[in-house]
Design a protein around this ligand. Structure first.
Ligand SMILES: O=C(O)c1ccccc1NCC(=O)[C@H](O)[C@H](O)COP(=O)(O)O
Length: 187
């Protein structure tokens, strides 16, 4: 099986649609503080406009109340939670009928994302694939140039990229196409 590809930090419908048409399996919408952050209203508009796309809401250290609001307002396919939570965010996401993407080895989640210490900064790290019954995605400094090697050596269930498919901080559809081609030809 070829790995799933998530293109993270998409901010507009055209880029989401082009990435989807290029073969992206998931599109990440950053709701955490970031140059890629969009509002709940923008996220809702994207998700409602493009119902065929599996959108993942990317959050960091979000409170219970804010997560509740997100789940009520934005019908994303999944929530990817970065940072510590002092409440059971996985159960909340499941009760809302969504998938949970954990950035720690949390076996209650549906997918484990192995990301670097500075998400979204394009920094590589000691990529490795932990033993887990859950699908494991790899992220952190991936590019069209290195993703093939990562897929070939670690055999992840998915790969996730943001900076590596941007030019001057903006998503670049040619890099997205190249990344997807390289990621999916190795499995
Ligand atoms: O992308 C961000 O700006 C971001 C901000 C806050 C929390 C998470 C964020 N991104 C998470 C992702 O899923 C990124 O795709 C992942 O960290 C890889 O990023 P990159 O190394 O830039 O490819």
């Amino acid at each position: 099986m070829e790995p799933d590809v998530k293109i993270c930090g998409v901010k507009d419908a055209l880029t989401a649609l082009e990435a989807h048409r290029a073969g992206a399996d998931y599109i990440g919408l950053v709701l955490a503080p970031s140059s890629r952050q969009i509002s709940l209203e923008q996220a809702r508009h994207l998700v409602m406009t493009l119902p065929a796309i599996r959108f993942v809401a990317v959050v960091r250290g979000m409170t219970r109340e804010a997560l509740q609001e997100l789940l009520q307002k934005v019908p994303v396919f999944a929530v990817q939670y970065h940072g510590e939570a002092d409440f059971d965010w996985v159960s909340m996401v499941h009760e809302a009928g969504r998938k949970a993407v954990a950035t720690t080895l949390d076996e209650r989640a549906d997918i484990i994302l192995m990301d670097g210490p500075e998400p979204g900064q394009g920094r590589t790290w000691d990529w490795h694939r932990p033993a887990s019954d859950k699908p494991v995605w790899i992220a952190g400094g991936l590019t069209p140039e290195n993703v093939g090697t990562v897929v070939r050596t670690l055999r992840p269930d998915g790969v996730d990229v943001s900076s590596g498919v941007e030019t001057d901080g903006v998503k670049d559809i040619e890099k997205i196409r190249q990344f997807i081609k390289e990621a999916k030809q190795w499995r």
